[in-house]
Design a protein around this ligand. Structure first.
Ligand SMILES: Nc1ncnc2c1ncn2[C@@H]1O[C@H](COP(=O)(O)OP(=O)(O)OP(=O)(O)O)[C@@H](O)[C@H]1O
Length: 326
């Protein structure tokens, strides 16, 4: 960052974290004044812009929606905590910008963007062969485990989904948006919450394997039905043809179904998941019928998760159930 001296208002030091504080003019110059052509997308927390700093480093700037209402100190505290979370499977937070009502987070830029832009796109899906998909699934797990256990902060990612898994130039997965909704500081049943995150992971795995969004109501040929009929491999993305490792695919689907079990106590923890995916000879428990899973937008725009086997049709919000095969 030496070549950028003078571009930042200050360097936040003394908290054991290397966090840059960018002034607004630096961000404005880097993003060409938040030009629409640099807009990467818009999520629940605000819009994201691509930018380039004077030293040519590419960045992604998340311009937080102004409704967050946090004061400078609170914002700075949270950002400092998030910046401490550094792992090869997490998107790196480089710094932030705070100017009057504006709050922005500055991340490393990941050229391949979100996993969603590959798996749900007919043309790009073929770029992710089975080996890469398995590598991505296996790479998400250490990122989550780090958030849960190793980071000392016990971050629960409440919004794990394909668009929050970004891919670097070698298609390695990096989880984004962690720590934004809430920094978990106890008060909830930790084991239970981890198992809820496992549910998100299970859905994501099924999406990665099938290339289909898990966003419809009752399904005729659900994954569960196909599982019972020993035909579950038919959900594998047709763009892969027969070029996939059936043993690995079956293992992933089995783990995913365990992750979306109705009873939290039947779901594996992420530690178990890591073990299951890396020890392929392990005997896995037989799953029961999974729950219907749905995500709901709560008042703060944060995605919550609940599961039910009851009357899903009465839910007005977007509902995701177990995937349908083609
Ligand atoms: N660090 C990054 N590098 C490259 N692209 C990014 C980066 N961060 C976000 N993006 C892109 O910006 C888009 C918007 O991201 P954002 O995380 O705000 O929204 P989202 O994941 O679609 O929704 P949500 O806020 O509900 O998680 C994403 O689709 C992603 O492609």
């Amino acid at each position: 960052m030496k070549s950028l001296e003078g571009s930042f208002m200050e360097k936040d030091i003394g908290k054991n974290v290397d966090l840059d504080v960018f002034d607004l003019s630096t961000i404005a110059a880097a993003t060409d004044h938040f030009s629409p052509s640099n807009k990467l997308g818009e999520g629940g927390f605000g819009s994201v812009y691509k930018g380039k700093l004077l030293n040519e480093q590419e960045i992604a700037v998340k311009r937080l929606s102004q409704s967050s209402g946090q004061g400078m100190q609170e914002f700075k505290n949270e950002v400092t905590l998030i910046a401490k979370l550094q792992h090869r499977n997490l998107v790196r937070l480089l710094g932030y910008c705070f100017h009057k009502e504006e709050k922005m987070l500055v991340y490393e830029y990941l050229p391949n963007k979100g996993l969603d832009s590959f798996i749900f796109d007919q043309e790009k899906a073929s770029l992710l062969d089975w080996k890469k998909r398995f590598h991505i699934i296996q790479g998400i797990v250490p990122g989550l485990l780090y958030l849960h256990h190793d980071s000392r902060l016990r971050i629960i990612h409440r919004d794990l989904k394909a668009s929050n898994v970004l891919l670097d130039s070698d298609l390695n997965p990096k989880i984004s948006d962690f720590g934004l909704a809430k920094i978990f500081r106890g008060g909830e049943d930790e084991a239970k919450t981890h198992r809820v995150v496992g549910t998100y992971f299970g859905i994501l795995v099924l999406e990665i394997i099938s290339g289909r969004k898990n966003n419809s109501y009752y399904q005729k040929d659900s994954v569960w039905d196909l599982w019972k009929q020993d035909k579950v491999l038919t959900i594998v993305d047709s763009s892969l043809g027969d070029s996939f490792d059936a043993h690995e695919a079956l293992l992933c689907i089995h783990v995913a179904i365990l992750c979306v079990q109705e009873l939290a106590s039947d779901r594996p923890t992420m530690t178990n998941v890591a073990f299951m995916l890396s020890n392929q000879e392990t005997m896995l428990p037989s799953p029961n019928q999974p729950a219907f899973i749905f995500r709901q937008l709560n008042h703060s725009g944060e995605l919550g998760l609940a599961s039910t086997c009851g009357d899903v049709g009465s839910i007005n919000n977007e509902t995701i159930t177990i995937l349908q095969a083609r």
